[in-house]
Design a protein around this ligand. Sequence first.
Ligand code: HPA
Length: 283
Amino acid sequence: MTAGIFDRAQSAVRYIREKEPRPIDVAVVLGSGLGNFAETLVERQIIPYEEIPDFVRSTVEGHSGRLVIGRLPESSLVAAVMQGRFHYYEGYSMEEVTLPIRTFGGLGVKRLVLTNAAGGVNANFRPGDFMLISDHINMMLTSPLRGQHDHRLGARFPDLSEVYSREYRQLAQEVAAEVGLQLHAGVYMALQGPNYESPAEIRMIRLLGADAIGMSTVPEAIVGCQMGMKILGVSLITNAAAGVIDEPINHEEVLTMGQRVSGEFTRFLSGFLQRIVIGGAGR
Ligand code: HPA
């Protein structure tokens, strides 16, 4: 039998600890096109995913596939930043998709920021807008917690009534106002992908109560929640979802939008991270 998820995460933990002994205050997963934030950190330790035991490779263009650990300038906060994530649509198992989150848990991380690129289902959203994830709908139709239970990973039946911390959402709104970033709030729905949706599906998705649609984040959030992490989720609306306007969607525009807003996004994220330290939440 292959090693269980707990042991697999522990091998990754040992490898990372050896390279980087500083305690990690927060983990950040950067979505498509949002990778630039990692460049703003100082005293950086860069670990390509292929070096980390049991990490798979990110195969998607726009996701460079490395873990950057560094300090936020003018702060003592140490962040572990994933430039690129693993997606279910790449063919990886849910266990593989969420192994990095298990690894962060094993490293003692209690704060998690999940970001992604998403299609705007809500007609008030414009490409380039940001949406705070207030809740999610898991339409991947499987759970990363499916399978044999290991109590070291957390509860068998975790409560998901506040996956995205209310306190973090409040803080994020305050920081967004300070840096002049317009931040909507809404429900993120995840589908398996990799195809974008049809206009009829988007009409259904809107009826079901989603404001933004994407192909990631939800498995990571469920695992983070099971491990007791406090989570902030932010979507960059890169395009109007299919049929919302009469234009096709392509991956290029998804990436380009990330680059266009990267300055704004970095100011917001740095401001948020600075505030969580000042607030003294967590470690
Ligand atoms: N649909 C699903 N995922 C996405 C989209 C979309 O329109 N845009 C960026 N990621």
